[in-house]
Ligand binder design. Structure first.
Ligand code: NAG
Ligand code: NAG
Ligand code: NAG
Ligand code: NAG
Length: 423
């Protein structure tokens, strides 16, 4: 690290709330290319699925026309492999001319015209993870300016091919550079991923100051194993991770893979429930042109979405791991409400789990319970009442729980939920 870098580093110590620009008070929702479409650059023989402007236009059309946008799914996010291998004469990043013939600004206009927002990808380092031009420290300002000039709304800033010192400098510098553009741009930092995701290597307080969200852990893959691995890591480390989250600052366990090939219907519900509990970004990576009805129903479940988007923005926690391999997750919500998810890690048959709200630390009294995925309502559930819940293998039962007092006082706790459940 040269003397200039040291000075910059010291200067950054006083940089605190550079990105407190009011964005992402609730976790972002939308669609991202990576998990499903990866680095398919073969637009000649796979024009439907390659990373090119048509894929992003198709997804924008689906988000706008198939009821997603109204539910909050608004970001269309390009991941790696969009770039030309060369910067232009002015040193700016440019899209691959064959795959993005209209350019990014035009694509942004197309997406904005449909009431949606555009996200893009860059990498703090010499090359992106897939070998496209990286954003070295000297390129941070020009890249931020370029994205703003294209009217980009979200940046995922990856961290392949850089060292810890460069990352320590680069992630805050990009935050400041984005702020300096004057355009509100949501900023997703992959920094903690490259530092093992935990203190003391990761300073979550600093991350919350400079980024709106951050990837903590490995990429998700199209399998239940991958989902469970992520959930286990986040839950095992929840004492460090859970307090880091709040409005404008989110942990990101990675994309929703619901609608792809790796999850059963029960597993898909489990991912949706756990991501809602974790206050995780709801960013799908699937093919919205070909989605079966069960995946659509899970991803468009209004109550799961409302729980995820709760305005208090408190991340939930794993409460219990039973020897029966049932796990209980909990998240406090506004209006004294809360949500519970009962997850089965069993592989035999539906398990009849016996519990009561008292056993799950609830105050005495009566509660109203809404089952998020089957729509049924239990009225006057006394906290002490012993209940039996049937949970499918690798499935989940998810509840929205409201104290009875509160359900009388609170006219409409969650407008979205109300229309569906309060009649
Ligand atoms: C820049 O940062 C300041 C201070 O946190 C904030 O008030 C402002 O909204 C930010 N602007 C943008 C465009 O991010
Ligand atoms: C973490 O960052 C904050 C700034 O947000 C700073 O005040 C604090 O000293 C840092 N903690 C450590 C252990 O470096
Ligand atoms: C809940 O049940 C307990 C024990 O059966 C009873 O004492 C209590 O009055 C009940 N609470 C309410 C609010 O009905
Ligand atoms: C829905 O799930 C609840 C448990 O959350 C259960 O009591 C109820 O019987 C289920 N209803 C249907 C129609 O399956």
């Amino acid at each position: 690290m040269g003397p200039l870098a040291v000075t910059q580093l010291l200067g950054l110590m006083s940089l605190t709330v550079a990105l407190d620009n009011g964005l992402l008070k609730t976790p972002p929702m939308g669609w991202m290319a990576w998990e499903r479409f990866r680095c398919d650059v073969d637009c000649k023989s796979d024009p439907q699925n390659c990373i090119g402007e048509n894929l992003f236009k198709d997804m924008a059309d689906r988000l706008a026309e198939d009821g997603w946008k109204e539910l909050g799914y608004e970001y269309v996010i390009i991941d790696d492999c969009w770039m030309s291998l060369l910067r232009d004469k002015q040193g700016r990043l440019q899209p691959d001319p064959y795959r993005f013939p209209g350019g990014i600004a035009k694509l942004a206009r197309y997406i904005h015209d449909r009431g949606l927002k555009l996200g893009i990808y860059a990498d703090m380092g010499t090359f992106t993870c897939m070998g496209f031009p990286g954003t070295t420290l000297d390129k941070i300002e020009i890249d931020a300016q370029t994205f703003a000039s294209w009217e980009v709304d979200y940046l995922k800033f990856d961290g392949c091919n850089s060292n810890p010192v460069q990352q320590m400098l680069g992630y805050p510098l990009m935050s400041k550079a984005l702020n300096d553009t004057g355009r509100p741009i949501a900023y997703s930092c992959s920094w903690p991923c490259y530092q093992g995701g935990l203190p003391p290597y990761v300073n979550y307080s600093l991350l919350g100051d400079i980024c709106h969200l951050w990837r903590n852990y490995y990429d998700i893959q199209d399998s239940w194993d991958s989902v469970l691995g992520i959930v286990d890591w986040f839950s095992s480390n929840q004492d460090d991770l859970q307090p880091a989250a709040g409005p404008g600052r989110w942990n990101d366990p990675d994309m929703l893979i619901i609608g792809n090939f790796g999850l059963s219907v029960d597993e898909a519900r489990s991912q949706m429930a756990l991501w809602a509990i974790m206050a995780a970004p709801l960013i799908m990576s699937n093919d919205l042109r070909n989605l079966d009805n069960s995946a659509r129903a899970i991803l468009q479940n209004k109550m799961a979405i409302a729980i995820n988007q709760d305005p208090m923005g408190i991340q939930g926690r794993r409460l219990l791991q039973e020897s029966s391999r049932i796990e209980v997750y909990w998240r406090p919500l506004s209006h004294s409400a809360s949500t519970l998810a009962f997850l089965s890690r069993r592989t035999d048959m539906p398990y009849r789990y016996h519990t009561s709200l008292t056993k799950l630390n609830y105050e005495p009294g009566n509660y109203k319970v809404y089952d998020v995925f089957n729509g049924s309502i239990l009225t006057r559930l006394n906290a002490t009442t012993e209940i039996t819940i049937s949970i499918n293998p690798s499935g989940v039962v998810m509840w929205y729980v409201l104290p009875e007092q509160q359900s009388k006082q609170t006219e409409i706790p969650q407008p979205q939920m109300a229309s569906q459940f309060f009649h």
